[in-house]
Design a protein around this ligand. Structure first.
Ligand code: NDP
Ligand code: 2IT
Length: 448
């Protein structure tokens, strides 16, 4: 699909030229500009007042050296990033990713998507993202601690509870947030809500760990029900076995689905009886081992090398929860052929544009990441609220708010799609609904 509006087509060309060799960022911007073409035609002031040009340029990019010492005394130097993309509707907010594939283009695409996602939650949070090409895999706790402390030595200058509030993402979970928060507290001499996803003993919110996966299933449940379908009795395939995947598995099962496969970057397991989640959590959350171990410990489970094969397993509902561009056109065709009726993105941009095109053309239900995985950041914003109040809500209170947020979000996206003549297209609906609040705030500020 191409961008219909001529001005936005030109803008896309400038984005590509000004951000060379950043294909993920180009991909994320193009998808949004396709959706926004009818909007700028109805409201040309978004172009003439500079909103569109400003929106694709981060407010601030911070790039820094992160030296650290391993357990053998050897020095390593990684790169750290924080892209503060938009503070139009609140403090910059978004996760930190530690993965060897991280470079500026990955952080830029994630930060850009975060603007719209955060707006869709209905809560006052801007968009940002950060991370490093550090690989926590195979590192000792003390190595991860030294890395996190060094990372925070630089990052702490640029963040704050009303300025920029990072959280976790790939490779950044409870352990990393603990080390990062401890170092921030020491450097800033303040105890505040500067990070989310904190431990429950030091300001974390109940249900934050579960929020992205649960929220994904709440959103999907709304989408399914509107089409007269449900999780009940459906076979579900989930990619990944990290934070998002584990709690998507938990909630999909609670809603009556049967999750038969999960994966990691090495391979996938097929468990025809349904995933034993407590075993999977033990292996992944506690022991930090590879998914292959799950098949070694549970009789009758198949393990296959290579992660993309997971999409060849017949299912009705597919939940990609690992990483960007993990589900391509061939995988989408396999899902369709095997009778899949819904794909909902738990990861950020997991489906390639070609995959999304064939999924939508075949009439499957499709829930885009910005909307479907917004539950994590939504509960992060609830963690910020609780920190400001110096008060904690119960698990039930947070979970109820999450459910309401995801239901409202579904209806906002569905209504926006309908209003702009694209009924049923939640990609367009989410992009438009997320954009309008940010763009109208930018118009109100004048040129800043
Ligand atoms: P985790 O680090 O907890 O888990 C990531 C999972 O994805 C692991 O199973 C990992 O396998 C797999 N994975 C990572 N990179 C690749 C790759 N290049 N190829 C194949 N598999 C890969 O991260 P999260 O669960 O937190 O994040 C998963 C996705 O969800 C990401 O796209 C993230 O941006 C998104 N997301 C996360 C939110 C959160 O609250 N955590 C909120 C919203 C979105 P392995 O262990 O082998 O690396
Ligand atoms: O992609 C995401 O929305 C996240 N990684 C969560 C961000 C957050 O600030 O909780």
């Amino acid at each position: 699909m191409d961008i219909q509006n001529e001005y936005l087509r030109g803008l896309m060309e400038r984005v590509a030229a000004r951000n060379p060799a950043e294909p993920e960022f180009h991909q994320a911007v193009k998808e949004v500009l396709i959706s926004l073409s009818p909007v700028v035609e109805a409201r040309p002031e978004y172009i003439t007042e500079g909103v569109m040009d400003c929106l694709v340029e981060p407010e601030r990019t911070i790039k820094f050296r992160v030296p650290w010492e391993d357990d053998q005394g050897k020095i390593h130097v990684n790169r750290g990033f924080r892209i503060q993309f938009s503070s139009a509707i609140g403090p910059y907010k978004g996760g930190l990713r530690f993965h060897p594939s991280v470079y500026e283009g990955i952080i830029k695409f994630l930060g850009f998507e975060q603007i719209f996602k955060n707006s869709l939650t209905g809560l006052p949070i801007g968009g940002g993202k950060g991370g490093s090409d550090f690989d926590p895999k195979g590192k000792s706790d003390t190595e991860v601690m030294r890395f996190c402390q060094s990372f925070m030595n630089e990052l702490f200058k640029y963040i704050g509870p009303d300025t920029d509030v990072p959280a976790g993402d790939i490779g950044v979970g409870a352990r990393e947030i603990g080390y990062l928060f401890g170092q921030y507290k020491r450097l800033a001499n303040e105890f505040n809500g500067v990070l989310t996803g904190k431990g429950l003993t030091y300001g974390g919110s109940l249900a934050r760990k579960e929020a992205t996966g649960y929220g994904l299933c709440y959103f999907t449940d709304n989408m399914l029900k509107a089409a007269g379908k449900s999780f009940e009795g459906a076979t579900v395939v989930i990619s990944g076995s990290g934070n998002v995947a584990l709690y998507a598995c938990e909630k999909a099962t609670a809603l009556g689905g049967k999750v038969v496969a999960m994966s990691d970057s090495n391979g996938y397991v097929y468990d025809k009886d349904g995933i034993d989640l407590s075993l999977m959590k033990q292996i992944k959350e506690v022991e930090r081992k590879r998914i292959k171990v799950y098949a070694e410990r549970r009789p009758g489970v198949e393990y296959h090398e290579g992660c993309s094969g997971v999409w060849q397993i017949p299912c009705q509902i597919a939940l990609p929860c690992a990483t960007q561009n993990e589900l391509d056109e061939a995988s989408a065709k396999a899902l369709i052929q095997n009778g899949c009726f819904a794909v909902a993105e738990g990861a950020n941009m997991p489906c390639t544009p070609e995959a999304v095109d064939v999924i939508q053309a075949a009439g499957l239900l499709f829930a885009p990441a910005k909307a479907a995985n917004a539950g994590g950041v939504a509960v992060s914003a609830l963690e910020m609220s609780q920190n400001s109040m110096r008060f904690s809500w119960t698990f039930q209170e947070v979970d109820d708010r999450l459910k309401t947020i995801m239901t409202d979000l579904y209806h906002n996206a569905a209504n926006a799609a309908e209003k702009y003549g694209m009924a049923g297209n939640l990609v367009a609906g989410a992009n438009i609904a997320g954009f309008l609040k940010v763009a109208d705030s930018m118009l109100a500020y004048g040129l800043v």
